[in-house]
Design a binder for this molecule. Structure first.
Ligand code: ADP
Ligand code: ADP
Length: 227
């Protein structure tokens, strides 16, 4: 049994009968880093929305860690989402932003502090723990979003174009951090992007999506290296 199994998922938006996703099937092993690459309108957001529970699939099933998640409410799906707009709480410091979720779940104060210390040191945020988001750089903000996802210890990380708002140099830095922490945590990650270059540099396997249909699945080598 695979860790994540997406079977024959389709999504038809009723108004214009748009087939946003057609018969999408993918199995993912624990620890894999999967990138889903495709142009605008190819169905990437639809897939993420179905995984998080924001949208219901028209047909198909999704099993995560032996649980049929299409039957669970969004809040009961054990996933963390990192996206392009950092969505930090503007009135909270970096530390408060990172530990907020743990506070809600009533994690003990000592453990919250341990995780905060660990994650801020891993992601190079120790200098800014008491700073408000508006006083951070774009790269720092994205690292805070990443830290917030990491401390949740989710079964699945979903990343929606997390590098797209960053300049080239920061894209490389934050991309490296994402990959390093993914490996260290032995996490399972689905990373969505329109950039072939990102898909190529990060992935164990790449899914190429167009018009809601998988065109290719393979390692970066299999997909982009010409024989
Ligand atoms: P991507 O994220 O790759 O840009 P989307 O999943 O947003 O692709 O879109 C896939 C297709 O579904 C597009 O044709 C888009 O217009 C359509 N679509 C997306 N969301 C909706 C919606 N809420 N209602 C109707 N059509 C939608
Ligand atoms: P939980 O009890 O919530 O499952 P764990 O104590 O098992 O959490 O730790 C797993 C998570 O803790 C990791 O996903 C990461 O967020 C964070 N973590 C990993 N290593 C450390 C560490 N050395 N110190 C503190 N937190 C860590």
């Amino acid at each position: 049994m695979s860790y994540l199994s997406i079977q024959n998922v389709s999504k038809i938006y009723p108004r214009k009968k748009t087939k946003a996703l057609q018969d999408f099937s993918l199995t993912v092993e624990k620890g894999e880093f999967i990138t889903i690459v495709g142009p605008s309108g190819s169905g990437k957001s639809t897939l993420l929305n179905i995984l998080t529970g924001f949208e219901e699939p028209t047909t198909g099933s999704i099993i995560l860690a032996e649980q049929d998640i299409t039957k669970s409410a969004p809040k009961d799906r054990d996933m963390a989402l990192v996206f392009q707009e950092y969505a930090l709480f503007p009135h909270m410091t970096v530390a408060e932003n990172i530990t907020f979720g743990m506070k809600i779940r009533k994690t003990a104060k000592k453990k919250r502090q341990e995780k905060l210390d660990w994650v801020t040191s891993e992601l190079g945020l120790t200098e800014v723990v008491n700073v408000l988001p508006k006083n951070l750089s774009g790269g720092q903000r994205q690292r805070v979003s990443l830290a917030r996802a990491i401390v949740r210890n989710p079964k699945l990380f979903l990343m929606d174009e997390p590098l797209s708002n960053l300049d080239a140099k920061l894209r490389d830095q934050v991309g490296d951090l994402i990959l390093t922490t993914h490996k260290k945590l032995q996490a399972t990650t689905l990373f969505v992007t329109h950039s072939q270059e990102e898909a190529m540099s990060l992935a164990d396997r790449i899914i190429v999506l167009k018009d809601g249909v998988i065109q290719q699945i393979g390692t970066p080598h299999e997909i982009y290296e010409k024989p």
